[in-house]
Write a protein that binds this ligand. Structure first.
Ligand SMILES: C[S@@+](CC[C@H](N)C(=O)[O-])C[C@H]1O[C@@H](n2cnc3c(N)ncnc32)[C@H](O)[C@@H]1O
Length: 401
């Protein structure tokens, strides 16, 4: 039997974000025309904007104008494409550069020891998050995770540079983004630092958008927004949209689209986010054993359940074993704390500080009992001492973060 990681979980391992739709068709070049990169890019950009409108991903004319004006290629002078198990650098000399830059896909823009550590997010996901911020002329916004600077440029185009602050933990990336933004005439405040602390000097903000993945809302954020301000932040494999109240509180629901952002990392770090290794199942700690209620295929192939697991059992990893064309025959689940579970032939063996399969089965019971809820039915309440994801209402079933 050959071990295989399920495609749904590969996103967790690569740090890449969304489920890729088909690339945009490249607009035809006029016969015989010699086009500059910028002119050619404008045609690709227009095609991307049309595509997002046609896909019902883009609704607000102010963001349509911003997307049509800001050149993504100026922020992504090259990107990394995974082909046949290897990374290939795609540069402006590559025939697939412009069609790649203006596809509705995330683009890996930095690798550290072979692991993605920065990217330009999928445009349809970016637009969903930007529209959810509910910005108005004069709004002041804090972006956490500058990355390439492309999202910051869209914000500057919408609000003006003096209304935009963006924080990036990686000094090299912050410098590059600052320079690329300036080359296009945008001069937001680009802060090199840990976005979890926000940027108190620029507070209060009307909105905060985070574009790296979190397991909970950092305490500094609600305090730096005015009451009524909006936070849009990836939590688990979803995006929470919260409205801020007094006293460090915030509450709201999850947006409908899935999101698989690379995790937030420590200040000063340029290294990759460590992914826990699969466990040593033959260690001295003898596992518990019991009949499995949920079979080994249970965690795979259902995006909504995937999201629930990402908040109910944070940090869990899975791999499936299956022969080509066959059903999943075994599943291994594990976490950085050393907990693991193996499900095979109707039995689950579990060891470590948390009985992971118990938690997966409890989440699955709740999921099926509530008619397999999608992200929209979940919400998040943030208080000074506690954060809880809930189903349907703040008094419904809930999971502490
Ligand atoms: C998906 S990229 C951001 C995309 C970006 N908004 C853009 O338009 O290109 C994620 C970024 O989060 C940054 N990051 C990770 N941890 C961070 C932290 N603690 N504070 C600020 N940025 C962080 C990474 O260095 C990476 O550049």
């Amino acid at each position: 039997m050959s071990p295989a990681v399920s495609p749904a979980r590969c996103r967790a391992f690569t740090g890449c974000e969304p489920s890729p739709p088909a690339p945009c068709p490249a607009p035809p070049s006029p016969p015989g025309a010699v086009l500059t990169l910028d002119a050619d890019a404008a045609a690709h950009r227009a095609a991307l904007t049309e595509r997002l409108l046609a896909d019902d991903a883009l609704h607000d004319p102010v963001w349509e104008r911003a997307l049509a004006r800001v050149p993504r290629h100026a922020f992504v002078p090259e990107f990394q494409r995974r082909e046949g198990g290897r990374w290939r650098t795609v540069t402006p000399d590559s025939p697939d550069y412009l069609s790649g830059v203006y596809a509705d896909l995330p683009l890996t823009t930095q690798l550290t020891d072979g692991t993605p550590t920065s990217s330009s997010s999928q445009p349809s996901l970016m637009v969903m998050m930007l529209e959810a911020l509910d910005l108005h002329d004069g709004s002041r916004v804090l972006e956490v995770a500058t990355g390439t600077g492309y999202n910051a440029a869209l914000l500057c185009e919408r609000l003006g540079s003096d209304r935009v602050t963006t924080v990036e933990v990686d000094p090299g990336l912050a410098d590059l983004a600052r320079a690329r933004l300036a080359a296009l005439g945008h001069t937001p405040t680009v802060v090199t630092g840990d976005g979890r602390a926000g940027h108190r000097a620029g507070a209060p903000y009307d909105a905060l958008i985070a574009t790296c993945g979190f397991q909970r809302i950092p305490a500094a954020w609600p305090e730096q927004l005015r009451p009524g301000g909006v936070i849009v932040c990836p939590i688990g494999w979803g995006n929470a949209r919260l409205v801020v109240a007094e006293g460090g509180r915030a509450e709201g629901r999850f947006l409908p689209m899935g999101s698989y952002f690379m995790s937030v990392r420590e200040a000063g770090s340029t290294g990759s986010v460590p992914v826990p290794e699969p466990p040593d199942e033959h260690s001295d700690d003898p596992p518990d054993q019991r009949p499995a209620v949920l079979g080994p295929a249970g965690p795979f192939g259902d995006d909504s359940f995937d999201f629930l697991l990402s908040v109910a059992v944070p940090g869990i990893r899975f791999s499936a074993e299956q022969s080509p064309g066959q059903a999943v025959s075994a599943c291994l689940a594990w976490r950085a704390d050393g907990s693991w579970a193996r499900v095979e032939q109707g039995t689950v063996r579990q060891a470590g500080p948390v009985r992971l399969w118990d938690a997966v089965e409890a989440a699955h019971d709740c999921y099926t009992a509530h008619s397999r809820p999608g992200r929209r039915r979940f919400g998040l309440t943030v208080g000074p001492d506690q954060q809880r994801v809930w189903l349907d209402t703040p008094n419904g079933p809930s999971w502490p973060l």
